[in-house]
Ligand binder design. Structure first.
Ligand code: C2E
Ligand code: CA
Ligand code: CA
Ligand code: CA
Length: 276
């Protein structure tokens, strides 16, 4: 017996059932969403601080639920990761992002990098193969594509991870290390990763320039990045003061609500043509 009086045990298991039912509803809903085309991408621009120019964008997945409206990724990505559905979801995202980039390429837009988030479970030897096939199918120049990977990807067999990374960069696709500093990656491995960019997590950007610890962490990441000859980008930039701190600390690029929220493709294009 679980202890407690009968009533509270009954209440507790009833609660768990509801949680599980909700989870199963969400999972089958997500499966259906993939099949029914209820997923879409929003695009958030990235800017180079020194030139003020838009140099890239991040594709962020959204779920347009017929009843619930726009469901944020925080509500379904962790579930997709736990159930393995993330592999199919990731395939959809890569496909949709490349299709979009190919349309921009065909429209003669000046090229910029479109970044796709890749979860740890997608990071298998099948990934570089799929990336290569998708680029070929859309005749997309690989310099259009970037993959953002998180430190959790790097906790696994490191030699295997580096081999996969090498196969991706050999295609001409760039890699960035997302949410840097929030996971467990070791600095001794950092020098071996063929990455172009370190991304400072929003949890550090938020406290700039008033929280001494966040300032120290952000400055240190920028300094490590520069010395390893990586670009450094900060996400979640919402204020001018944060921007000024990052500029003075030598950060290369910024992304955040101060410049733009993630936008549907049409709105993103409109801003792009207007020169932001
Ligand atoms: P992330 O990769 O760290 O993405 C940054 C998140 O911060 C995005 O949330 C973005 O909308 C939000 N953000 C950007 N600028 C600001 C800002 O100035 N202030 C605040 N408060 N937030 C800002 P979003 O779109 O809800 O995505 C959340 C997370 O879901 C992402 O975190 C990423 O881990 C995951 N995700 C999103 N799309 C995908 C995808 O296609 N595949 C995978 N595997 N994960 C995804
Ligand atoms: Ca990201
Ligand atoms: Ca992330
Ligand atoms: Ca983040």
């Amino acid at each position: 017996k679980l202890g407690g009086d009968g009533d509270s045990v009954t209440f507790y298991s009833h609660d768990m059932n509801q949680g599980m039912q909700e989870r199963m509803r969400l999972e089958s809903g997500l499966r259906q969403a993939l099949a029914d085309g209820e997923l879409l991408l929003h695009y958030q621009p990235k800017f180079e601080i020194s030139t003020h120019s838009m140099v890239g964008a991040e594709a962020l997945v959204r779920w347009m639920h017929p009843q619930r409206g726009l469901v944020p990724p925080a509500e379904f990505i962790p579930l997709a990761e736990a159930t393995g559905l993330i592999v199919q979801l990731g395939e959809w995202v890569l496909e949709a992002a490349c299709a979009q980039a190919a349309r921009w390429q065909a429209a003669g837009l000046p090229p910029f990098r479109l970044a796709v988030n890749v979860s740890a479970r997608e990071f298998s030897p099948a990934l570089p193969v799929r990336v290569s096939e998708t680029l070929a199918r859309y005749q997309l120049d690989p310099s259009w594509l970037e993959l953002e990977i998180t430190e959790s990807t790097l906790m696994h067999d490191i030699e295997r991870v580096i081999a996969i990374m090498d196969r991706i960069t050999a295609l001409g696709v760039s890699l960035s290390l997302d949410d840097f500093g929030t996971g467990y990656s070791s600095l001794s491995y950092l020098k071996r990763f063929p990455i172009d960019t370190l991304k400072i997590d929003r949890s550090f950007t938020t406290g700039l320039p008033f929280d001494g610890n966040d300032c120290a962490i952000a400055s240190t990441i920028i300094s490590i990045g520069r010395q390893l000859r990586h670009k450094v980008i900060a996400e979640g930039v919402e204020t001018l003061q944060q921007l000024e701190f990052l500029r003075d600390a030598g950060c290369d690029e910024v992304q955040g609500y101060l410049f733009s929220r993630p936008l549907p493709a049409a709105d993103f294009e409109e801003q792009l043509r207007a020169g932001w």
